[in-house]
Design a protein around this ligand. Sequence first.
Ligand SMILES: *Cc1c(COP(=O)(O)O)cnc(C)c1O
Length: 318
Amino acid sequence: MTLAYADVEAAAERIRGIAHRTPVLTSRTADARTGATLFFKAEPLQRAGAFKFRGACNAIAALSPEQRKRGVLAFSSGNHAQAIAYAGALQGVPTVIVMPHDAPAIKVAATRGYGAEIVVYDRYKEDREAVSRRLAEERGLSMIPPYDHPDVIAGQGTAVKELIEEVGPLDVLLVCLGGGGLLAGSCLAARALSPEVEIWGVEPEAGNDGQQSLAKGEVVRIPVPVSIADGALTTHLGQHTFPIIRREAAGIVTATDAQLVSAMRFFVERMKLVVEPTGCLAAAAAFEGAVAVQGKRVGVILSGGNVDPAALGRHLAA
Ligand SMILES: *Cc1c(COP(=O)(O)O)cnc(C)c1O
């Protein structure tokens, strides 16, 4: 299956009325600081607090009635799990989330609160993919991965579709990058709606596998990186996401943890918005000059806002 903009349009139809159309925010202070005109797409205000709800919603809505009846499975302890749990609950589809036994209690509670069944595994003794596959087979569940799935990618592309429909063509688009579901979907939407736009991925400096992959022309695998950007600690791009990113992106740049904290502080202080560390990657690239934005119309995806209040306090106090 070759993914195209038509798939993003189909996703937008499926998730209409379920996912929020999030606001686009602007800031004169941010514009003055960068010399650009910045348009921030505010996915912290999406349902379940991140853009992941879009892909989850689309992937579940695209299942057959029989598959929906049996239910879906996801393995994750982060935003994807919560998105699947919530999207399943809203569409009347049972969800099973496979989580490590030592996942933060607050995340387990939130995911269960959305109505999911939680299955725990021992992360030191068991392989989560093997546990998930066995469970999916036994119970006839459809597995929905966090990024490397055509319906997930198409769903993630709806954020940039909304952004460009609202503000018009862009010169530059900055998108945070983990496994590349958001960036690949954004590429499809942006290239169709603003053909000349320059698209950049932004990943944590500590885990620049995407940058290495573009340089090498193939997917490069790295050890699990250490960064506060916990939504982008992926070790490799996907087989569906990499070819789209390679074809459409101008390049991939990185941001340090200190730059992410500085951006978080800016959003809280000046824009009254809680953005999680991973959600600040794209903004950090604009603020720190990793991509040249002066004099340009720039789309910046703020991908999510799920940060524990105590952790937010620690970051801002430091
Ligand atoms: C998952 C996630 C990302 C990375 O998305 P990919 O599709 O894996 O590249 C970025 N920001 C947030 C908040 C996320 O939850």
